[in-house]
Design a protein around this ligand. Structure first.
Ligand SMILES: Nc1ncnc2c1ncn2[C@@H]1O[C@H](COP(=O)(O)OP(=O)(O)OP(=O)(O)O)[C@@H](O)[C@H]1O
Ligand SMILES: [Mg+2]
Length: 272
């Protein structure tokens, strides 16, 4: 379980995240949805302790992360960053084994795991293990990034727009791959996306952030049947939920825009 209590991040004069309260229950898939620049990546990085909150607390399984060794914490969380982030000078196999190697796993165990993970993300190991990132398409790189995040079977996965750069068909396929992986191991997942359709398809709960400074403007439960299957996309209940999320998102964006706008001069104050 991940819990944020009044978490704020200020960069210089910019408040990126403003007093966010949020909970991702153990084994749930929650989505963070919000306009560009509202603080989603900053929130993910604070959970992973890549950056420290200016104030507030973050708990993982009830433990305040401020008191946990940050390297240990980071290695225990699977994180797919927004820009994929594969090491260009390492093969696919060595990229996937970065954390197992740091943890001192025997080589035979980690390399066997890399091959299993490639199978799981639908990349035949015989073809892909020894390739370098530049020899892969964007979608294949994204699959490797996901495999790497899963390497040590983490109980928490932070996925920051992992499929945003992909074509629609690859994205749909990866959504299903991710759900099958989640059903097998039930990690707690926090997933950032800009896609309303993706957010509804994947999650049981959606937290909507307003424009900067990012606040949680609304939280919606997604009460659609599990396991999620392709046929759900044709279900009217799915369409209704997408519509409701879209409306809530657009309300959050317009109320933030209104509160950011300079006050209009009243007619009495005008110089006529
Ligand atoms: N290290 C930093 N120093 C200063 N400002 C930062 C830093 N990191 C992020 N910001 C600012 O904080 C705000 C939130 O950034 P963040 O990357 O969290 O947004 P985001 O919601 O992930 O956006 P996107 O959807 O475009 O990825 C932005 O205004 C950004 O410019
Ligand atoms: Mg981001």
């Amino acid at each position: 379980m991940i819990r944020l209590e009044r978490v704020t991040k200020v960069f210089g004069t910019v408040t990126a995240v403003d007093s966010v309260d949020m909970e991702v229950p153990a084994g749930a898939v929650c989505v963070l949805l919000g306009p560009s620049g509202c603080g989603k990546t900053t929130t993910m990085k604070m959970i992973n302790r890549l950056i420290a909150p200016s104030s507030g607390k973050i708990f993982i399984d009830g433990q305040d992360t401020a008191g946990v060794d940050e390297v240990t914490l980071r290695r225990s969380i699977g994180y797919v960053i927004q820009q994929i982030g594969l090491f260009p000078n390492k093969t696919v196999e060595d990229n996937i084994c970065v954390v197992p190697d740091l943890l001192g796993w025997p080589r035979t165990k980690s390399r066997k795991r890399a091959a299993e993970l490639l199978e799981m993300v639908n990349l035949p190991p015989a073809t892909f293990l020894k390739r370098y990132p530049k020899e892969l398409s964007g979608g294949q790189q994204q699959r490797v990034a996901l495999a790497r995040a899963l390497a040590v079977n983490p109980s928490i996965l932070l996925l920051d727009e992992p499929f945003a750069a992909l074509d629609e068909m690859t994205r749909l396929a990866l959504n299903d791959d991710l759900l099958r992986l989640w059903e097998a191991h039930r990690p707690t997942i926090l997933f950032v996306t800009h896609s309303v359709f993706e957010s509804v398809y994947l999650s049981t709960r959606i937290a909507i952030m307003s424009a900067r400074p990012g606040r949680i403007a609304a939280e919606l439960e997604v009460l659609l049947p599990q396991p999620r299957e392709r046929s759900l996309r044709a279900d009217p209940a799915y369409g209704t939920m997408c519509e409701s999320v879209s409306r809530t998102l657009s309300d959050a964006m317009s109320s933030a825009a209104a509160s950011d706008a300079p006050a209009l001069p009243s007619p009495a104050s005008g110089r006529g």
